[in-house]
Design a protein around this ligand. Structure first.
Ligand code: G1P
Length: 295
C-alpha cells in the first residue's frame, strides 16, 4: 500500500532553545530565510506524501499561521511586480484547495513521542504512515531522507527506521537499535532484534542511532496505546517494538545525508552555515567572512 500520510510531532516546548522558544516555536527557528518546518514539509512533499499531520499542543497554533494564505501580502507583491518573492510566498500556501493537505492533531498532554504518534489513529485506517521528527533536519540532495525509507518500505512491506552510526559517547541521546544478525550490522538495511531508548554509554548494545525518520505499518498505533511510560516517564516509541516484532519484522536503514540536530543551538548554527555555503548567492561572502576570522 502506498505511503501517503505523514506525521510531524511538534508539541514540545523546545527547552534547549529557551528563552527564544517562549515565543518562537522551535519548528519556526530559521535556516536562512525559511523556518525548519518548511524544510520538513518540503521533504515530505518531495517524497510523494499527500497528507501531513502536525501534532501540536493548543499553545502552538501559531505554527499553522505559516501555512495560511496571506492575500493582502500577495496583492502587494503583485502590484510591485515582485514575482520571485510572490512565488516563494505562495509555496507556503496550504488551504482547502491545495493538493497536499496539512492538518493538525492536538496533543493536550506531553506524554511522550509514543503517545504523540498513537494519536494518528483517528486519521489512518489500515494504512502505513511515515514520521519525521522536527529536531532532525537531514540534507540529502539526491533523495529526501523519508523517500529513502518509503522506497525501502515498498520493497519490504515492513516497518523501517532511519539510522546512522553515532560516536559511542553520544548513544545516550538516541534510540539505539540492535541488528538481528550481527554480521549484517554494516549492511545498508538490516532487520533489528531490539531497540532501546537512550541507553547508558556503558551498556549501549550498539552505536546505530535512530535519527528521526520512520515508516510504520498501522499495527504500531494500537500497540502504542497499550504501551506504558518508560525512560523519562514518557511513552516511548521504541517500547512498542517488542510487541510489534511478535508478528512482524522491523528493519533499520542507514540513511544517506547530513543530519543536523535542530533542537540544539550548535546544530542550528551548523545547519545555517552549511545551507549558506550551499546557496550560491551568499556562499562567497560567507566564506570571506569566515576567512577574515583567521581561525
Ligand atoms: C527522539 C526519539 C529517539 C531518537 C531521537 C532522534 O528522542 O525518542 O529514539 O533517536 O528522537 O532525534 P528525543 O531527541 O526527542 O529525546
Amino acid at each position: 500500500m502506498k505511503v501517503k500520510k505523514l506525521i510531524i510531532p511538534a508539541a514540545g516546548w523546545g527547552t534547549r532553545f529557551l528563552p527564544l522558544t517562549k515565543t518562537v516555536h522551535k519548528e519556526l527557528v530559521p535556516i536562512l530565510n525559511k523556518p525548519a518546518i518548511d524544510y520538513l514539509v518540503e521533504e515530505a512533499i518531495d517524497s510523494g506524501i499527500e497528507e501531513i499531520w502536525l501534532i501540536i499542543s493548543p499553545r502552538k497554533e501559531q505554527l499553522l499561521e505559516y501555512f495560511r494564505v496571506y492575500y493582502d501580502l500577495e496583492e502587494e507583491l503583485r502590484q510591485k511586480n515582485k514575482d520571485e518573492l510572490l512565488n516563494l510566498l505562495q509555496k507556503t500556501n496550504f488551504d482547502k484547495s491545495s493538493k497536499i493537505k496539512i492538518g493538525t492533531i492536538y496533543q493536550d498532554e506531553q506524554l511522550g513521542l509514543g503517545h504523540a504518534i498513537s494519536l494518528i489513529s483517528r486519521k489512518i485506517k489500515n494504512e502505513p504512515f511515515a514520521v519525521i521528527l522536527g529536531d532532525d533536519l537531514i540534507y540529502s540532495p539526491n533523495k529526501p531522507a523519508i523517500k529513502q525509507l518509503i522506497d525501502e518500505f515498498n520493497k519490504k512491506q515492513a516497518s523501517i527506521l532511519g539510522v546512522t552510526s553515532v560516536p559511542w559517547e553520544n548513544v545516550n541521546k538516541y534510540g539505539i537499535v540492535v541488528p538481528k544478525n550481527l554480521e549484517e550490522k554494516n549492511e545498508k538495511v538490516f532487520e533489528i532484534a531490539s531497540a532501546v531508548e537512550k541507553p547508558d554509554v556503558k551498556n549501549a548494545p550498539s552505536n546505530k542511532a535512530i535519527i528521526g525518520r520512520y515508516v510504520f505499518t498501522p499495527e504500531i498505533v494500537t500497540l502504542l496505546k497499550q504501551t506504558l511510560p518508560g525512560v523519562g516517564g514518557e511513552i516511548q516509541l521504541v517500547d512498542a517494538f517488542p510487541e510489534l516484532m511478535k508478528t512482524q519484522k522491523i528493519f533499520a536503514f542507514e540513511l544517506e545525508g547530513t543530519r543536523y540536530d535542530l533542537g540544539s543551538i550548535e546544530g542550528f548554527v551548523k545547519a545555517n552555515i552549511d545551507y549558506a555555503l550551499n546557496d550560491l548567492k551568499i556562499k562567497q561572502s560567507i566564506i570571506e567572512h569566515i576567512k577574515e576570522k583567521k581561525l
